[in-house]
Write a protein that binds this ligand. Sequence first.
Ligand code: GLY
Ligand code: MN
Ligand code: MN
Length: 441
Amino acid sequence: MDMSSYAERREAFVKAMGEGVAIIPAAPQSTRSNDVEYRYRQDNDLLYLTGFPEPSCVCVLSPGHDSERFILFVQPRDREKETWTGKRYGVDGAREVFGADAAYTIDQVRDVLPAHLAETAAVHFAPGRDERMNTLIQGLIDGSRSGRARTGRGVVSLVDPGAILHEMRLHKSTAELDLMRKAVAASARAHAAAIREVRDGSLEYELEALLEYHFRAAGGSGPAYPSIVASGANATILHYTQNDRRMRDGDLVLIDAGAEFDGYCSDVTRTFPVGAGYSPPQRRIYEIVLRAQKEAIATVRPGVSMEDIHHRATEVLVDGLLELGLLSGEAGELIEKGAHTRFYMHRTGHWLGLDVHDVGRYRMDGASRPLEPGMVLTVEPGLYIAEDLEDVSGEYLGIGVRIEDDVLVTEAGHEVLSAAILKEVDDIEAIRREALAAVSA
Ligand code: GLY
Ligand code: MN
Ligand code: MN
């Protein structure tokens, strides 16, 4: 992302904000255990507005100020610390590389921010995960408010910056879509490798390792969320991440895994056989989910809502469950009663972007909001037949299938960003047969 994109975003944000000061804190560094930390991941709002990658940072946008309209508070340069944990941009880098009008060290927030708060009636700030920073900033806001009675100046209202920022993030620019396409391309390579490489006796974590090799090898930062490699009945557990079962010929394996690229997520699920092909009951369930997913994707265009998409997927799934005798009754009534939630217990999609479950409101004016060009969402119906259901035909027990694609809303309708990742039964079985023939040749 080039620096001018961040400047344009800040400009659009402050234009929508009007009079006010925005304070956007960095994500805290998180401890993994004892003295070992997780690899740092910046807060997405701060990343979106600045591209600044380091912890212990606060971004302040103060459009009413004479000269310091974009301020970064950052970690100071520190030769010794940088020897251990890597280079820091410091205040010079914050100005020169990230274009801040002014930069200070993070310990100067207490000294610099009050002057900005004294001159504004509205502060756009949402407490982040860094409790110490929240307390400091909240204290400075309170200080400004308490002086107001005497001075007639100071903060009156505290506003969630997400009201503006998350709507901006929901609508992707061309540059953002380029990064999302790269994330999806890395996922495509990973899923293609997994479909080819799985064998009778493979361990779920071997596929996890293969997927994540491809995410990194393609230049991604790794998985966008913990990879799910769920074989056999594990596929009926929605967020299974144990990934330690040995797979057998005859199993299906559900892989829900997506790469992150420059902060942008992909989120893709495929469900395929460990052996050469789907068994007849597996295939029946798979084809219902595939039909539901294709029908749901076909509805995606401007003006249609997430609720419409979910409803279409649910209708097709329920018709299929009726055909298989897994539900009985009248489709409309079953959906009304939620009878399908026994086998389909999640929504059909979510926004996708810097967060895998991306920001942006799903409802507006009391209704599911209409889609607009530039939004990216997942479409991911599934069917999950738990292995311990006593009133279900044995052949279906323990089958879990989900198929998930990443879909961009366009003026004309939609574009499936993950279309290169195969999902037709014939295509998947052809690859499986080829892969197994190559081994035995
Ligand atoms: N991988 C999480 C989800 O599909 O929402
Ligand atoms: Mn997923
Ligand atoms: Mn998803």
